[in-house]
Design a protein around this ligand. Structure first.
Ligand code: CA
Length: 531
């Protein structure tokens, strides 16, 4: 008998060929996978962006592909694009807000009439601070000039907030990435909502304190900022900062070298800024073992409600943790001795920023793709945060909630991983970073469990979906596992780059695609596993 099925079978097909009868497409690595639909691609783009590209796709091409998917979504249902964008942005689900701002700019400039309206209406929800608005202006510029809708929306961004709140925004964010609030005001040309707004606009456009500034309480912050430029004594500066709650951005750089000044700033420092400035505050001597300021910082990092209110993203915590722990600045900003309790508090904050996840209670295999391609590029442009390091951190979040879990790493071989959520996060990801790299065979976790008779209800695979090596497709390996062990096992694929591929079979209800480093992902994993 000629064994036709040795060459063509729907049960066992090498990943270098498509499974016969399916809609599989070639991925970038020479293998075949399914492509995710445009809405899933939109989600990946909103959460992961395209900054830095991936191992296979340059930044430019990845951005273009993402933007084309957004365009197709806009053509089908512009209102849905805007709603999704505002939802992801407002919930703080993405490490960076820029992809959401970019998609909103596309909707505002390229959508139909109703979509444009919806996009401008959503502007204050997505662009919450001055920097966001300047980025919106930059992105929108790429799709056309300043129309009436744009002018109106930007003008109302300035006028809709109280004069006090506007003063804080103007003082904090004067200029970013080639744009200034002066540019925005000149182009939007708003009619001031109140005399205080009028004075604030005058300060922005002229750069000098307007007449009547001293008598207007809404301008007190501007007056304080102005006074700080003439103060050299750290004690005096600290007094001004305390009295007028001056933000860090309004304090001259020379003053930021003093512990006393930072102590005054810390009183009102937003938690994201606090996390970003831990190294500086340690270097100037404010944060030291046993110091009051250290206790303040540790308490704030342990305050889950505060972290949630400030939309602190786990990636921001992880990035701060990796930098702070190293004791050395990335851009030559000196050295410091990390304070132990702060490291522990950052560790706790990382898990807390994912919110409470209810365990599914299922037998869970957490499988990390540690192939070469996962070590390239960075998540959300964070130096050193490769998809590989990122997936280790993500896997530990689920490991921390699921009691019955096993952690493995695979490339073209599979090895059990000796990392645990009880260990320091920095140590755990460093251990993953040191593993040898190789090709990619995403079927290995299921094949390994079958061969070693390991009972698994939920396979969670963290990967860029660029699989190509091995003897069968991951979806086929899962079906073989189900049959061999008599367990209706599920597969959750956590996509760690914003490409358009997935190893999950869209026609199999037991397989699911989710987006890596979406704060909504751990609860989705748990829900799907439990259902
Ligand atoms: Ca790979």
């Amino acid at each position: 008998m000629f064994k036709f099925t040795r060459h063509v079978s729907t049960l066992a097909t090498p990943p270098s060929q498509p499974i016969p009868g399916t809609s599989q497409v070639p991925n970038s690595a020479g293998g075949y996978t399914w492509s995710v639909d445009d809405w899933a691609r939109l989600d990946r783009f909103l959460v992961l962006g395209s900054e830095g590209g991936s191992y296979y796709i340059a930044e430019r091409a990845l951005t273009l592909e993402g933007a084309q998917a957004v365009l197709r979504c806009l053509a089908v249902d512009g209102a849905r694009v805007v709603a999704r964008t505002a939802e992801v942005s407002e919930a703080g689900r993405a490490p960076k807000n820029d992809p959401a701002i970019f998609v909103l700019a596309m909707a505002a400039k390229l959508g139909d009439e109703a979509t444009r309206k919806a996009a401008y209406a959503a502007l204050p929800r997505v662009c919450r601070i001055g920097t966001h608005l300047m980025h919106f202006a930059e992105y929108a510029q790429g799709f056309g000039g300043w129309g009436r809708g744009m002018r109106k929306a930007v003008a109302s961004w300035f006028n809709a907030r109280s004069a006090d709140e506007l003063a804080l925004q103007l003082v904090k964010y004067q200029a970013r990435d080639g744009w200034s609030t002066r540019d925005l005001l000149r182009l939007a040309h708003p009619r001031a909502a109140s005399p205080s707004h009028d004075r604030l606009f005058a300060w922005v456009t002229s750069g000098a304190l307007p007449a009547g500034a001293a008598a207007d309480p809404a301008l007190a912050l501007l007056v304080a900022k102005d006074a700080l430029t003439r103060i050299t004594s750290p004690r005096e500066a600290a007094n001004v900062i305390r009295t007028h709650r001056v933000p860090r951005e309004a304090v001259p750089t020379e003053l930021l070298a003093h512990a006393e000044v930072w102590e005054a700033l810390l009183a009102d420092l937003p938690v994201t800024a606090m996390i970003r400035n831990l190294a500086t505050m340690t270097r100037v001597g404010l944060l030291a073992p046993g110091a009051d300021a250290t206790r303040t910082v540790v308490a704030r990092l342990g305050d889950n409600a505060r972290l949630a209110r400030a939309r602190v993203h786990p990636v921001a915590v992880l990035a701060a943790l990796l930098t702070y722990e190293s004791g050395r600045g990335a851009r030559g900003s000196g050295t410091w001795t990390p304070v132990g309790p702060i490291l522990d508090a950052l560790d706790g904050a990382f898990y807390a920023t994912f919110g409470g996840v209810e365990p599914s209670g299922t037998r869970t295999l957490l499988a990390l793709d540690v192939s070469g391609s996962m070590s390239w590029g960075s998540i959300a442009g964070v130096p050193g945060l490769t998809p590989r390091v990122g997936s280790a951190a993500m896997a530990l979040v689920t490991a921390a909630t699921e009691r019955d879990h096993t952690l493995v790493g695979f490339s073209t071989e599979l090895t059990p991983l000796a990392i645990s959520p009880r260990q320091r996060l920095g140590d755990a990801v460093a251990a993953i970073d040191r593993l040898p790299m190789g090709g990619t065979d995403c079927a290995l976790p299921m094949q390994w469990a079958q061969r070693n008779q390991v009972d698994v209800d939920t396979f969670v695979v963290y990967t860029d979906n660029e699989t190509w090596a091995g003897s069968v497709h991951p979806a086929q390996a899962l079906r073989a596992y189900r049959q061999a062990r008599g367990i209706p096992a599920r597969l959750i694929v956590v996509g760690m780059t914003s490409n358009g591929f997935s190893i999950a079979d869209p026609d199999d209800a037991g397989m699911l695609d989710v987006v890596g480093f979406d704060t909504a992902t751990p609860p989705v994993i748990s829900d799907f596993a439990r259902a």
